[in-house]
Design a protein. Structure first.
Length: 277
C-alpha cells in the first residue's frame, strides 16, 4: 500500500468482504483500518479494537493469523463499524505498543507496579504513554470515522475491545472515557507480571455511574495459565462493587485454550452477540 496522507481515506480490497468495504487512513503514525457495512447509518454500533494489524489481514498479522473479524461481523444480525488501530511497522514497534497499552495513571500512581512489569518485558526504560494513545483514539480517530460515515456516537452503541495488553488497556480506556465507551471486551486480560495491586487500582477507576458493561476471560494453557487466580480476583472485585453477572458482567474461563488469535477468533461471535444483545 502506498503512503496515505494524514487523515485521508482510501478503500482497500479484501476477498472476504460481502456487502461491506474496508477503508484505511493514517493518524499520527498509526494505521487505522475500518470495516464498513453497506447499511451503515446514524445508529450503527461502533467497535474500537487495538492491535488492528491482527484483525483483517493474515499477511500483516503478527503470527500470520487474524481474529477473523470479517467473518464474525458478517454473521451478526446488526453489523457494527469496526475500527482497528495499530502502529505502523517500524523499529522498536513492540516496545512502543507496550508503552501505549499500559494504564499510565495506574503505574504513575505506584511506580513499583511499573518496575515489576519492566523486568519481564522488552519496553526498555521507556515511560508509559497510554494517555496519549487513548486521547488520540477518542479525540482524533473515532470522531473522524464517525464524521466520514455519518455515525452518531453513543456509549450504548460503542465498545472497546482487545486481547492481552489490549485487554488491559480496554479497561483503562473505558475508565478514562466513560462518556464514549459503554462496553469493554477484554480477552485474555494480561493480569500477569504486574503487582496484584494493579487489579483494584485499575478497576477502581471504572465509572459506576454509568457503569460500563464488561466482558473478561482467560484460557488455561501457556501464557493464559498464568492468569489463574488473577482473573477470578478481578471478577470478584467487580461483583463486589456492583457489576452483576449477566447484562453487566461476563467473566469466563475457556478450558484448553491458549493465548492466540485463533482462540480469540473462536470466541468473537459469542462476545459480539453479547455486546449487541
Amino acid at each position: 500500500m502506498s503512503e496515505i496522507a494524514e487523515g485521508a481515506w482510501v478503500e482497500l480490497e479484501h476477498p472476504d468482504l460481502v456487502n461491506a468495504k474496508i477503508i484505511t487512513s493514517v493518524f499520527n503514525s498509526h494505521r487505522v483500518d475500518v470495516y464498513v457495512p453497506d447499511e451503515v447509518g446514524a445508529q450503527t454500533p461502533v467497535l474500537v479494537m487495538h492491535d488492528g494489524k491482527n484483525l483483517f489481514w493474515p499477511e500483516l498479522a503478527s503470527f500470520g493469523q487474524t481474529w477473523g473479524v470479517i467473518d464474525a461481523v458478517q454473521g451478526l444480525a446488526v453489523r457494527p463499524v469496526v475500527i482497528g488501530v495499530w502502529i505502523k511497522d517500524e523499529p522498536g514497534v513492540e516496545a512502543i505498543r507496550f508503552l501505549e497499552l499500559t494504564p499510565q495513571k495506574v503505574v504513575e500512581a505506584d511506580p513499583n507496579i511499573w518496575t515489576e512489569m519492566l523486568a519481564v518485558t522488552n519496553a526498555g526504560k521507556g515511560l508509559p504513554i497510554g494517555d496519549d494513545y487513548h486521547r488520540m483514539v477518542v479525540q482524533d480517530i473515532v470522531p473522524a470515522v464517525a464524521a466520514q460515515l455519518g455515525v452518531e456516537l453513543d456509549r450504548d452503541r460503542t465498545a472497546l475491545c482487545g486481547s492481552s495488553m489490549g485487554g488491559i488497556t480496554s479497561l483503562y480506556g473505558a475508565a478514562l472515557y466513560p462518556e464514549l465507551y459503554g462496553t469493554v471486551l477484554s480477552l485474555s486480560t494480561h493480569l500477569a507480571y504486574w503487582d496484584r495491586k494493579m487489579i483494584p487500582d485499575l478497576l477502581s477507576m471504572l465509572s459506576q455511574n454509568p457503569r460500563a458493561r464488561i466482558w473478561i476471560d482467560r484460557g488455561t494453557e501457556e501464557l493464559d495459565a498464568m492468569y489463574e487466580g488473577l482473573h477470578e480476583e478481578a471478577a470478584d472485585y467487580l461483583r463486589a462493587n456492583g457489576w452483576q453477572d449477566g447484562n453487566l458482567l461476563q467473566a469466563h474461563v475457556f478450558a484448553g485454550t491458549n493465548h492466540s488469535e485463533p482462540v480469540w477468533r473462536d470466541r468473537l461471535p459469542r462476545i459480539l452477540n453479547w455486546w449487541l444483545s
